[in-house]
Write a protein that binds this ligand. Structure first.
Ligand SMILES: Cc1cc2nc3c(=O)[nH]c(=O)nc-3n(C[C@H](O)[C@H](O)[C@H](O)COP(=O)(O)OP(=O)(O)OC[C@H]3O[C@@H](n4cnc5c(N)ncnc54)[C@H](O)[C@@H]3O)c2cc1C
Length: 290
């Protein structure tokens, strides 16, 4: 692994005083390994761009590490997006993760995308109104977005999203390295040369990981699911097994061309740092390299 890899940690805005207090300790531990940036999610339904903003300010203040807020079409208008972009610019933000957003259960309610339907619309709007003021990261789904009509249609929309002005890509979590390599081949054939950074979810529990995978359409290999199920009541053994599965996945990805890793931390330092240490990333020089 060379110093050209990039590493980022995803956080979500905590909703309780305990969550806020815990986040400060978590980001302190994660910042110690010098990631390139933290990203901060923005919940579906337009409910917490305020939470994203406040979390961003706290993380910058406590860690000094670059922070990239997520922005979504869901619940947004041109006016609200413009106002958030102004505020982020003032806060020194240089990078934004641009998404459609998870559709709320009441997808046909007023919270559903209104002025922006797809992430590509939002990417175009930011480029048209702000030029190159922000680096833009978008999402990709090596195993196909769960609502897509077909892998080829999904890829074609992804290609258009990149053409609209994305600088880099963060993938949905996956546990089949071949799905990522197949996606990279398709990108190569389509002339897409920007970094496609695998999204990595550490495995720290059986029911959680099954739920996450079901929610986002990721395939949890049968043998992994069976082993996790068997170890469900033996937490140390389950954690060890999950760590070995995800370590091997990360090693395979990094040794075969992945430009870095984006860790879904779920606001916990332990699982991500255990992976980090297992991968021998400690001490690897990081720093923005795009
Ligand atoms: C790294 C990462 C971070 C995330 N962070 C958040 C977050 O902070 N908040 C949140 O709510 N969700 C988040 N999500 C989830 C994401 O919002 C959902 O997966 C959402 O359903 C799709 O978002 P997208 O930006 O990929 O959508 P898009 O790229 O807009 O694609 C959505 C669907 O529409 C299809 N499509 C795209 N363009 C068109 C078109 N022109 N015509 C017809 N169909 C089209 C695609 O094939 C796909 O099925 C994240 C996902 C990832 C991978």
């Amino acid at each position: 692994m060379s110093s050209k890899h990039r590493f980022s940690f995803e956080l979500f805005p905590p909703r309780t005083p305990e969550g806020i207090a815990k986040l400060q300790s978590v980001t302190g531990q994660l910042a110690a390994v010098r990631p390139d940036f933290f990203s901060i999610t923005h919940g579906a339904g337009g409910s917490d761009q305020e939470g994203t903003y406040e979390t961003l300010l706290t993380v910058v203040e406590h860690t000094g590490v670059e922070v990239a807020p997520h922005m979504t079409c869901v619940g947004s208008t041109r006016a609200t997006i413009a106002a958030h972009l102004d505020r982020y610019r003032e806060a020194g933000v240089k990078r934004i993760v641009v998404l459609r957003g998870d559709l709320p259960a009441t997808a046909l309610s007023s919270a559903a995308p209104a002025e922006f339907h797809y992430a590509s619309d939002l990417v175009s709007f930011i480029r048209e109104t702000r030029g190159d003021a922000f680096k833009i990261e978008v999402a990709a789904y090596p195993e196909m977005h769960p609502q897509a009509v077909s892998p080829s249609a999904d890829f074609e929309y992804f290609r258009r999203k990149v053409e609209a002005g994305a600088d880099a890509v963060l993938t949905q979590l996956f546990y089949n390295a071949d799905a990522y390599f197949d996606f990279m081949e398709r990108c190569d054939k389509a002339g897409i040369r920007i970094p496609i950074v695998p999204g990595i979810m550490p495995i720290a529990g059986f029911s959680n990981i099954v739920r996450f995978c079901a929610g986002c359409g990721a395939d949890l290999p049968r043998w992994v699911r069976l082993r996790l199920e068997e170890l469900e009541n033996d937490r140390p053994a389950l954690v060890d097994f999950g760590l070995s599965v995800v370590t091997r996945l990360c090693e395979t990805l990094l040794h075969n061309g992945a430009p870095g890793l984006h860790f879904y931390t779920i606001n916990q330092a332990g699982p991500t740092l255990r992976l980090w240490n297992n991968l021998g990333l400690k001490g690897e020089e990081t720093g923005s390299r795009e």
